[in-house]
Design a protein around this ligand. Sequence first.
Ligand code: HEC
Length: 321
Amino acid sequence: MIDRIIDFSVRNKFLVLLLVGAAALAGARALREVPLDAIPDVGDTQVIVYSRWDRSPDLIEAQVTYPIVTAMLGAPRVKAVRGVSDFGYSFVYVIFEDGTDTYWARTRTLEYLSGVTSRLPPDSRTELGPDATGVGWVFQYALVDRSGRHSLADLRSYQDWSLRYYLKAVPGVSEVASLGGQPADFLLIQLYQFREKQRIAEPMNELTKDFTDDDLREFSNALAQLPPPTAPEEPVDAARMARGQELVGKHRCGFCHNPDFSGHDQIGRIAPQREDYLLKALTEYKSGERSGYDPAMVEVAQEIPAPELAEIAYYLAHWGR
Ligand code: HEC
């Protein structure tokens, strides 16, 4: 067999050269065109429909999530539709058959969504999630000021008003998500409530009673720049930590307070904070003694039995240890 191939090649040199040349060309072409990916995306083609409506989960389920889910069921090439309702939010995950083009899927989703939007509550807001998948989170960076001349608030403003737009303009980037910084807005609302005696803590009511609105703003900006507290250096009880973590997951504390519990906008940082402070805050929300500007926290606390609140406070106070 091999002898015959060699015989043939010697007799047909030109044909062999031609074949080798063609193979080399095809190889070079393939090298340039084969899609190469550092982390191949094996995820489903999925479109997320995100809605906001400031109501409790059961109302959101009935009036937002359910209509959207039922509308999506009819869309072509849809494999599964899953809806999640929470305080103030609803997510509908529309999963398409493998191999469906993402942009085709997004267009179909919008098309079918337009059929239901008129039936959704008028003050709810619905939008599509970014055109990215779970493995699309490719780069994380931190803005750090080593000169000491810029506050955390300055860095966050630079991120929000300049940097993210430059990054979003880069081909292939679909979203730039900002985390961190300190929620000055949360502090401002709390200070305002202390001044108006809507939230009671004698020393704070006393301190803020003569503050003007500008004073409050300045004070909250200054406080927002303090570094976050660190968890106490004491041995932790692993079993309590595990229990606390489970409860915090079950009640979705990270959903509103950020997954790293750092808070954002008008929602405060909750970890690490002092255990007694956390427990007091939670107990006061539960009893209605502290109502907050936003009733969400009262609703959350009312659902949790008191002994579980203590476990949650223990976990959050030692978070990161
Ligand atoms: C639906 C959204 C939501 C969820 C879920 C949620 N919170 Fe809150 N939380 C808030 C809001 C809004 C506030 C601010 C309320 C106010 O104005 O006092 C708050 C305030 C707090 C505060 C007071 C912070 C401070 O420094 O005074 C604590 C403590 C807290 N939450 C803990 C928790 C814990 C623990 C969980 C999980 C069991 C949780 N939260 C789940 C929305 C939420």
